[in-house]
Design a protein around this ligand. Structure first.
Ligand code: 1HN
Length: 369
């Protein structure tokens, strides 16, 4: 096993002296510093995220969302969102790692103006009928447990056509990532609204067949040409998969929402999964680089994240920071549980930074302390 002693040779281990303190001060005056004073912090033996595991209770947050719907107009807020803030990531407005998330509420009959930004977004619908979003001219109509994407640079605007019920959905964005690399841009649509195409849900009609893909339609973009992923198709795919395999020891039956043109992730910075935990299933712990935000799409259970137990029920949201041990359990003996999740894995993989470790009796077998 690798030693992780900071006093060993090979690690910075200079003791402070009065003379060194004067030396550090002099460097500081010149906007410089001695690497060995920070080396062990900026080169941790293994990832040490500032993010902590958090569970956001939907039951507790929902009344505040309804308050927000009364307190601010959609037009004034731009987007009426209660964001999910990780206590270790406040300065970045991140839910975990470099991922942002929030719960957005739209009143009956309300519609938001169109804009676009370099940051990419995704939505997972929680409740309400009548929700729609227009993404680059494609009008998508979405309901509970549907998943939709708003890739980087696409014009988007949303609304709720219901006469009497609010719509609540979860937003996920890579905004902390895009801001960290100082690459974000924002634009309001010159006409405030787009002109939608004639066919509703065109991307789903064209690219949603699953076993067939259109011939002669080339797609050069880095994100999926399919923008909406309905729950019914997703759940059916999971149930079919579960008839053939028990899935992964860490995740149960888990499937990735894909770009049907490539089989890869839906967007270059963020990916998304839906997983099914059979009644009574408890998974084995593992850890990996990359951050994940979970939404309980169905059922009840618990997850143990770095030794802390989080009990969850439908519509709760929780996060797993990079390199945190985690395992999930379905606490019902009769009903399945489904977890939707989104992550930064595509970005982590692009940079060859993915690492994974299975839990063993001595607490993991590589890079561990
Ligand atoms: C955004 O554009 C939306 O379009 C929601 O609904 C949340 C959070 C940060 C930045 C942009 C939306 C957002 C956002």
């Amino acid at each position: 096993m690798t030693s992780t002693e900071d006093g060993m040779i090979g690690r910075a281990r200079v003791q402070d002296t009065a003379e060194l303190t004067r030396f550090y001060d002099a460097l500081g005056e010149l906007n410089a510093g001695a690497l060995w004073t920070v080396a062990n912090d900026i080169e941790p033996w293994y990832p040490k995220p500032k993010s902590v595991p958090v569970l956001w209770s939907y039951r507790q947050l929902r009344p505040h969302l309804l308050d927000a719907a009364k307190l601010v107009s959609g037009d004034d807020a731009g987007r009426r969102v209660v964001m999910l803030v990780n206590p270790g990531r406040k300065e970045l407005s991140a839910a975990v790692g470099l991922l942002y998330s929030g719960l957005q509420i739209m009143n009956p009959g309300e519609k938001m103006t169109a804009h676009r930004h370099a940051a990419a977004a995704l939505r997972f619908v929680v409740e309400g009928q009548g929700a729609w979003t227009i993404v680059d001219g494609d009008r998508l109509e979405v309901g509970p447990r549907d998943f939709a994407i708003t890739p980087s640079g696409t014009w988007h605007e949303h609304g709720n056509d219901s006469a009497d019920t609010p719509v609540i959905w979860q937003d996920g964005l890579d905004i902390p990532l895009v801001n960290t690399v100082d690459a974000n841009f924002y634009e309001v649509h010159p006409d405030l609204h787009q002109q939608p195409g004639k066919v509703i849900g065109a991307s789903l009609l064209e690219h949603g067949a699953g076993i067939l893909k259109p011939v002669g339609r080339s797609w050069q973009k880095r994100y999926s040409p399919l923008l909406a992923y309905p729950w019914e198709m997703t759940y059916e795919a999971l149930l079919n998969q579960a008839r053939v395999t028990g899935g992964s020891p860490y995740d149960g039956v888990i499937m990735e929402y894909v770009n049907p043109a490539t089989g890869g992730s839906v967007m270059p910075t963020m990916g998304a999964h839906m997983q099914l935990l059979a009644p009574g299933l408890a998974t084995t712990a593992h850890r990996h680089t990359g951050s994940v935000v979970y939404h309980v799409a169905k059922g009840r259970g618990h997850s143990i994240i770095n030794g802390n137990r989080f009990d969850w029920q439908e519509n709760d949201i929780f996060c797993v920071p990079s390199w945190a041990w985690h395992e999930h359990a379905n606490d019902s003996g009769s009903d399945d549980a489904c977890l939707f999740s989104f992550n930064d894995f595509p970005f982590i993989h692009t940079l060859d930074l993915y690492a994974e470790d299975a839990y063993t009796e001595n607490g993991g077998h590589q890079y561990s302390d």
